[in-house]
Write a protein that binds this ligand. Structure first.
Ligand code: HEC
Length: 257
């Protein structure tokens, strides 16, 4: 029996399967199951080619299958009966599993502006979302300087996604779902407080709360890449550029989002 090509093929396939699922993961990183399926199909093809390479081997290869389906010994009959019941049942079960509707709860809809946390930690400093204002606004003397810094930040870091004209249509914008926010109009900056915008820029997509998922925001977290002042500057620049006022802090505190 151990000399039979069919039996050997079977052993080889089992070994190959074990190697793809456990061996590769052990040697480097595990591979996804779809890849395991692909590798198995390729291995199967190669093994069949080999088995069919000579008439003798091919006949030996087919013999057990042929006997199981045709021969009239009691053993073959039993094997045949069991196989003819079990295989269709197995195929039916797999198909059922694939097409039966899943009863998982649907993903919650994302609120467009998820509620902000009460406070955030920015570089180890606590920023209160309700009382914190844009500190640069009080700095009347250097107002123009802060705007210039903000503009520089915007065209160095943000416009690829949010666009030259703040419309959310930068060069990369079409590559993302959801699209980068459009800052003009009355749906984004105009109805947000500056501390809210600070939170979104500092923490980006990774900092969105649970209710905002599943939602693959590409908005980067800028904490660690921009300083606190740079973020307040770019916020000031944006409101100046679109000609809107931020939502007042008190109403943000009353209503939240
Ligand atoms: C890689 C593309 C990308 C870059 C670069 C990027 N953003 Fe975003 N941004 C997004 C996407 C996508 C969204 C929408 C999803 C979300 O709200 O997280 C977004 C959302 C935002 C929001 C939220 C607006 C709202 O209405 O809630 C603000 C504010 C923002 N970005 C500011 C910035 C600033 C400032 C910069 C530069 C420092 C920047 N973004 C750079 C992709 C980007």
């Amino acid at each position: 029996m151990t000399k039979n090509p069919l039996f050997r093929t079977f052993i080889l396939l089992v070994l190959a399967y074990l190697f793809y699922t456990y061996g590769i993961g052990f040697l480097s990183k595990p591979i996804p199951s779809s890849l395991v399926t692909q590798y198995m199909v390729i291995t199967l093809g190669v093994v069949f080619l080999y088995a069919a390479s000579s008439d003798d081997m091919w006949n030996e290869f087919k013999r057990p299958i042929y006997e199981t389906l045709i021969a009239l010994t009691p053993l073959h009959k039993t094997v045949r009966s069991v196989a003819l019941v079990v295989l269709p049942l197995f195929a039916g079960y797999k198909t059922y599993q694939m097409v039966s509707p899943k009863t998982e709860a649907p993903p919650p809809f994302r609120t467009v502006h998820p509620a902000n946390p009460d406070s955030i930690q920015f570089n180890g400093k606590t920023i209160d979302m309700i009382t914190q204002r844009n500190p640069l606004r009080a700095d009347h003397e250097k107002y123009a300087e802060h705007l210039a810094v903000g503009k520089k930040v915007y065209y160095e870091k943000c416009f690829f996604c949010h666009g030259d004209t703040w419309e959310g249509d930068g060069h990369f914008a079409r590559g993302y779902v959801p699209r980068p926010a459009k800052f003009t109009g009355d749906e984004t900056l105009a109805i947000l407080s500056e501390s809210y915008v600070f939170w979104r820029i500092a923490k980006g997509g990774p900092g969105l709360p649970r209710e905002a998922t599943p939602w693959n925001s590409a908005m980067p977290a800028w904490e660690g890449r921009l300083t606190e002042n740079e973020i307040w500057s770019v916020i000031m620049y944006l409101y100046d550029a679109i000609g809107k006022e931020p939502r007042s802090q008190t109403s943000a505190a009353e209503g939240g989002h």
